[in-house]
Design a binder for this molecule. Structure first.
Ligand code: PLP
Length: 376
């Protein structure tokens, strides 16, 4: 594709290369722009960033985040923590990793790096404390408070205080480090977010006041997501945010108005493999490369967006085939042509790729998806 200045875009260079398709290509310059832009916004507000690596799953990209001001990393899985510990010594497991197997691996890793876990149960606190005592290490604990996403997190400030006191009671093995929340339910447009975020901030303030009255301190108040990233200043109680998707962006964040297509730093280069059926062309990427995730705010918009043919709809996916409805297109791609697709939800797409490509100023480099497929 040629941009408004008549320059060939980076995805176009990847498209013209001999790389086999479907090929997921990450534009490193755009990645850096996304990271630097967020750091620049957060700095004057005194909020730090601890990005969620579930989006990219790559040590190299985690390193980019640490180079551009991230204070540490977030992961969901213990396996991810072990891998990311090779590049970072301060990791939050933003997931209730509370079974004996996970706790024992966490306790072992806590010897090497500063490791924290978000929990919402006495069971979890005790399991972590037991494992850490056995290993002779200390695990930091953040108490997970439900702020409306209704997935994990205790329901009230009072319950969070009870758990915080339980951490202190357990003593050896666990250390109370703060509070955790995830505003994953907030997908309203940016201009409608301030009152929603203020309500969350009020809940956090109430919680922190209760803790203070009980003589407890939350050094860390960890929140954030990509949809709310640039409205983080409305939650004045938070000390750090954990955006994941923002490093890449995708059609979810584009259609919801949180970024533009120009901010999407990852695309799937696909080849047209058939045009035998009227009104359709078929590409070589189906649900095995793209997942079957519909768009969050525009569920009828198809399974992604084709940069070169905006009127084409990615209307149906089977495992190996993607069907483009091209009936509304001014021109139609031919068999053998390559097209550039921006997926709906980039995080699980990365998880499906054995290998991806990094477009740098030196050309395309192979990039391993280091924590691909880790479920524990
Ligand atoms: C606990 C938690 N924190 C942060 C994130 C990052 O969210 P996003 O990708 O919207 O930035 C997620 C994503 O699923 C999450 O589950």
């Amino acid at each position: 594709m040629v941009n408004e200045f008549g320059e060939v875009t980076l995805f176009e260079k990847a498209k013209q290369s001999l790389v086999a398709t479907p090929a997921m290509v990450i534009d490193l310059a755009l990645v850096r722009e996304n990271l630097l832009k967020l750091s620049a916004y957060l700095k004057p507000h005194g909020i730090t960033v601890r990005p969620h690596t579930k989006t990219h799953k790559s040590k190299r990209l985690a390193q980019e985040q640490l180079n551009t001001g991230s204070v540490g990393l977030t992961v969901a899985k213990v396996g991810e923590a072990e891998v990311m510990a090779e590049v970072c010594d301060d990791i939050l497991i933003g997931y209730p990793a509370i079974d004996a197997h996970r706790c024992s691996r966490i306790a072992k890793l806590a010897h090497k790096i500063t490791l924290r876990v978000a929990v919402d149960s006495k069971y979890g606190i005790e399991a972590l404390a037991r494992a850490a005592k056995e290993a002779g290490s200390t695990i930091g604990v953040l108490i997970d408070l439900n702020c409306g996403s209704d997935r994990t997190g205790v329901a009230t400030p009072e319950l969070s205080l009870e758990l915080a006191q339980h951490v202190v009671c357990c003593g050896e093995g666990v250390r109370l480090d703060g509070l955790f929340f995830y505003p994953g339910q907030v997908w309203v447009p940016v201009d409608q977010q301030p009152p929603v975020l203020k309500k969350i901030d009020d809940l956090l303030k109430k919680t922190l006041n209760l803790w203070t009255e009980a003589g407890l301190k939350a050094e860390i108040v960890s929140g954030g997501s990509t949809p709310t990233a640039y409205q983080s200043h409305h939650i004045t109680s938070q000390t750090e945010i954990r955006p994941g998707t923002h490093i890449f962006n995708d059609m979810n964040t584009v259609h919801a108005g949180f970024c533009t297509l120009q901010d999407c730093s990852v695309a799937l280069i696909c080849t047209v493999i058939s045009d035998a059926v009227d009104g359709k062309v078929i590409i070589d990427a189906g649900s095995k490369s793209l997942t079957s995730d519909k768009n969050v705010t525009q569920p009828d918009s198809g399974y992604g967006y084709i940069l070169e043919y905006p009127e084409a709809q990615v209307s149906k996916l089977s495992e190996e085939h993607g069907e483009l409805d091209v009936r509304n297109c001014k021109s139609v791609p031919e068999v053998g042509d390559r097209v550039t697709l921006i997926p709906n939800h980039i995080c699980p797409c990365l998880n499906l790729q054995e290998q991806v490509w990094l477009q740098t100023e030196n050309g395309l480099e192979e990039l391993t998806v280091d924590t691909q497929g880790m479920i524990i």
